[in-house]
Design a protein around this ligand. Structure first.
Ligand SMILES: [Zn+2]
Length: 85
């Protein structure tokens, strides 16, 4: 069982996981990155799961940036709404 409230380097695991998305995007400021790194150095939970999350996030991001066509039902609902139905 993960203890997400474990605090290392001024961040809890929960904080680190919340930052991971921005971290992968390179959108964290350097101070936060330093704290995340400090946390990861001392936290076996996040070194284990952070790597996994990083891979998952990269894949999610790749999908998010690829336009996904609307399925027929959703497209129809949108058309109905636009038509004022
Ligand atoms: Zn951690």
């Amino acid at each position: 069982m993960l203890d997400l409230d474990r605090e290392i380097g001024g961040l809890t695991c929960r904080d680190v996981l919340a930052h991971l998305s921005d971290y992968v995007d390179g959108e964290l400021d350097s101070a936060t990155i330093a704290r995340v790194h400090e946390h990861l150095r001392g936290c076996d939970q996040c070194t284990r799961f952070g790597g996994q999350f990083g891979a998952v996030l990269s894949e999610l991001r790749a999908r998010l940036t690829t336009p996904v066509p609307l399925d027929a039902a959703r497209a129809q609902r949108l058309r109905d709404r636009l038509a004022g139905a």
